[in-house]
Design a protein around this ligand. Structure first.
Ligand code: UDX
Ligand code: ADP
Length: 492
């Protein structure tokens, strides 16, 4: 839906056209959010120059090379189509800031690991550094767009930083435009978003800036899906969306524990719950717990904000979502240990899947890390296979949760690039990520190569359990009570 650049911004219900139109966008931060988002903008807005800048030279080299630094289905084609045309990756942050009329801040916002709010508050040091950088370099009129997920009122801080050291010929308008893409489906989420949210000040320049950004998205997003709010509503909507989704996963995981204790079947229960249109069927897949860089961080951030606002009951309510998630990871690991005769010491356990979900190479906050940790605490030998996760990253993730004894990772963990080799001589296979390829493996062959009794723990409910039981596996599944394998002669 290419728009006539001289016409009114479609859907702009406030003011008349702005001149000049945006013809250059800079994105600070070439990560999981900035990279795909701006690649899609470049694809859909061929008349706009899109400069993605990052301080990390290796990352920029990778964006400019054959193998992109992040794996995301559909991304390669878009980057290769637009790169060198109107999409450029560079470490020249100053030039990006100078040339663009609109600048996305898309840097990392992890949970604080130090000081006040440690373990809960969002660490805004990277956002602040990016804002200071813009403040030093920018001249003229700039629209600054906060794309990283940040606590409510962060835009206000960005504006204060920007305005702290400027002369008369510079002006900034700060917008909040949170990104709702999920990894693994990012390109589709960007091409067909449920909504685009733009928060800005309700002054004339603020409304003009909102309309400018809306105009960019309306190259391909129907105007009815572009929502305009004040900055704080926009910031809070992002945190609340992730908290709602995480809450749904924690709720179904809580029900999965009841299923295992009663003989109810989580797949039947989730199906039945999800048919109620008021609830909906998405995010009802019981699992070993949610992972990823967003859910836990954002729920903790929301909790911290509520505490700061003296809303103790509200903080406790949301915090329970994370408590439940931690319980689910631990409960799954305990089940493995209990089934393997209460000891996994020196037993070989094949971990299938290490990323936090399928179709990504991202392992940030993956539940596999914690399941791996609990098993290592019991001296299990882990053999990890994942189709996409980087071997060095897997080792470093496990080292990080073994800070008291990092050497034990060298002693207990190996990463293998073939699932059949990983399962050979193993006592158990543990499915941690729902990769499609795990469904198509030859489990008869795998069974024959394993120690007996051979166990399989399906933490994602993706395998054909009846077929596995027929082969002879002992099968344990989140949220289900399984029958014994056909060849099991034990009396209990
Ligand atoms: C999430 C939000 O979906 C997205 O809108 C936001 O922009 C960023 O955070 P992401 O973390 O990439 O996206 O992936 P998502 O698909 O939401 O999954 C998060 C975690 O929840 C994964 O570990 C996934 O396996 C788990 N999950 C999800 C479940 O365990 N069960 C479900 O039913 C859904
Ligand atoms: P996200 O998942 O939110 O996209 P990532 O960690 O994948 O987060 O990416 C954030 C990127 O931002 C990293 O590549 C990091 O190097 C970059 N970055 C952080 N601070 C700055 C800064 N001040 N200037 C330029 N790039 C930055």
């Amino acid at each position: 839906m290419q728009k006539d650049q001289t016409s009114n911004a479609p859907g702009s219900n406030h003011i008349q056209p702005f001149t000049p139109r945006i013809n250059c966008i800079c994105c600070i931060g070439a990560g999981y959010v900035g990279g795909p988002t701006c690649a899609v903008i470049a694809l859909k807005c061929p008349e706009i120059q899109v400069l993605i800048v990052d301080k990390n030279q290796d990352r920029i080299n990778a964006w400019n090379g054959e193998t992109l630094p992040i794996y995301e289905p559909g991304l390669d084609e878009i980057v290769k189509h637009c790169r060198g045309r109107n999409l450029f990756f560079s470490t020249d942050i100053d030039a990006g800031i100078r040339d663009a009329q609109l600048i996305f801040i898309s840097v990392n916002t992890p949970t604080k690991t130090y000081g006040i709010g440690k373990g809960r508050a969002t660490d805004l040091q990277f956002v602040e550094a990016a804002a200071r950088h813009i403040g030093q370099i920018a001249t003229g009129k700039k629209i600054i767009v906060e794309k990283s997920t940040v606590p409510v009122k962060a835009a206000e801080s960005i504006a204060k930083i920007l305005y702290s050291n400027i002369d008369d010929n510079v002006s900034f308008e700060v917008l909040s435009n949170p990104e709702f893409l999920a990894e693994g489906t990012a390109i589709n989420d960007l091409l067909q978003p449920d909504r685009v949210l733009i928060g800005g000040s309700q002054t004339d320049p603020g409304i003009e800036a909102i309309n400018q950004l809306a105009w960019v998205y309306e190259h391909w997003v129907p105007p009815s899906k572009v929502l305009r709010t004040n900055v704080w509503s926009s910031e809070l909507s992002k945190l609340a969306s992730n908290a709602f989704l995480a809450q749904k996963v924690s709720s179904i995981n809580a029900v999965s524990a009841i299923c295992e204790a009663t003989g109810a079947d989580i797949s039947d229960v989730a199906h039945s719950i999800g048919l109620d249109k008021r609830i909906g069927s998405k995010y009802l897949q019981a699992s070993i717990g949610f992972g990823g860089s967003c859910f836990q961080k954002d729920v903790l951030s929301l909790t911290y904000i509520c505490e700061a606002l003296n809303l103790t009951e509200v903080a406790d309510y949301w915090h329970q979502v994370v408590v439940m998630n931690n319980y689910q990871k631990k409960r799954f690991a305990r089940k493995i240990i209990q089934c393997l005769f209460h000891t996994v010491s020196n037993k070989r356990i094949a971990i299938f899947g290490f990323t936090f979900k399928k179709d990504t190479a991202d392992t940030r906050e993956s539940s596999s890390i914690y399941v791996g940790k609990y098993l290592m605490d019991e001296e299990a030998r882990l053999v990890v296979y994942d189709p996409k996760a980087d071997k060095g990253q897997i080792i470093s993730d496990l080292r990080e949760v073994s800070s008291q004894d990092p050497q034990r990772v060298d002693r207990l963990v190996s990463v293998i690039n073939d699932p059949y080799d990983a399962a050979k001589d193993a006592h158990a296979i543990v499915i941690c990520t729902e990769w499609d390829e795990f469904k198509a493996l030859d489990y008869e062959k795998i069974y024959n190569s394993m120690y007996k009794p051979a166990y399989i723990f399906d933490g994602r409910i993706i395998l054909d359990h009846a077929a596995l039981l027929r082969i002879g596996f002992h099968v344990e599944v989140v949220g289900k009570v399984m029958k014994k394998p056909v060849n099991d002669l034990t009396p209990f």
